[in-house]
Design a protein around this ligand. Structure first.
Ligand SMILES: N[C@@H](CCC[C@H](N)C(=O)O)C(=O)O
Length: 285
């Protein structure tokens, strides 16, 4: 039996949310759920929160496809978008890059050395767009209660789609519930037919929020860029946040803005290169 050809990859992260990146612009990469899980495994694979595959695009510099470490392909990833934009800035010797994703067409600009600003597009608040499985007139706060009878209850989250589905619980204390326990239950709640990313958000003042995220298909991560976009969009819609705010995640800060002229969410944050290599034959794609 001949071994599959090794496949070159780059390992990168945005605030500790880490990615194995494959370039399929010249040679096809056959990613699927089984391979994604094997490569993402932190004990027997390379290890990552998400796998990224770059493909040619007719309308953007690149098409970015995203798989969670659990194996499912998803629409959007804020931290990976910054990483890919930085690769493109270097390749194109330009300070602007365009990236097509299932969640939308994104434009990124260089903000400094390994610092990237991305226009993450317009947030969607309609219940069908989140999507939710039942009609909610007002998605600023929905009826969804969490917590056993003998523990503090958190409820009335906001929901928003920023390319992918997010549910945000506004809390005074980020430890009010154990997100590693309630996260998976909420992610799979029947109200979310495509599941959801679950965030606890503590607003410290009108321009600073601290968050913890249980990512759909990836669990607790050090940072989730789209969750920061979702918190910014929902918090501003509730008039609890100014148009510019810093969002602190376990891995560090993202600088967020709701652009006045079109309501788009603008995210600025760092990118980091870790290492590169070739997949061993048993993991080859
Ligand atoms: N880490 C990402 C989000 C990745 C996808 C997410 N888990 C989902 O399933 O929607 C980010 O930085 O946004």
């Amino acid at each position: 039996m001949t071994a599959a050809a090794p496949r070159h990859f780059r390992k990168m992260n945005g605030l500790g949310n880490d990615f194995v990146v494959f370039d399929a612009r010249t040679h096809a990469v056959a990613m699927d759920e089984t391979k994604a899980r094997a490569i993402a495994d932190r004990k027997t694979g390379i290890g990552c929160d998400q796998l990224i595959v770059l493909e040619p695009s007719k309308k953007a510099d690149v098409t970015m496809r995203i798989w969670n470490n659990e194996g499912g392909e998803v629409e959007s990833c804020g931290n990976a978008t910054r990483c890919i934009a930085d690769i493109l800035f270097d390749e194109k010797k330009s300070t602007r890059a365009t990236i097509d994703t299932k969640g939308g067409f994104l434009v990124a600009e260089k903000g400094g050395e390994r610092l990237v600003t991305v226009d993450m597009g317009a947030p969607r608040f309609d219940w069908q767009d989140i999507p939710l499985s039942e009609k909610f007139h007002d998605t600023r706060y929905i009826d969804l209660h969490v917590g056993p009878v003998d523990a503090p209850l958190i409820d009335r989250p906001s929901v928003v789609n920023v390319g992918n589905p997010h549910c945000i619980f506004w809390v005074k204390d980020l430890d009010v519930v154990d997100l590693s326990k309630v996260g998976p239950m909420l992610e799979h709640h029947p109200l979310f037919p495509r599941r959801a990313n679950i965030t606890l958000a503590r607003i410290d003042d009108r321009s600073h929020v601290v968050i913890k995220v249980w990512e759909r298909g990836a669990g607790l991560t050090k940072a989730c860029g789209t969750a920061a976009c979702a918190v910014m969009a929902a918090g501003h819609r509730l008039k609890r946040l100014d148009a510019k705010a810093t969002i602190t995640l376990p891995g560090g800060d993202l600088f967020m803005e709701i652009r006045e002229r079109d309501g788009h969410v603008i995210m600025t944050g760092p990118v980091a290169y870790e290492f590169e290599g070739d997949l061993p034959p048993h993991l080859a794609v």
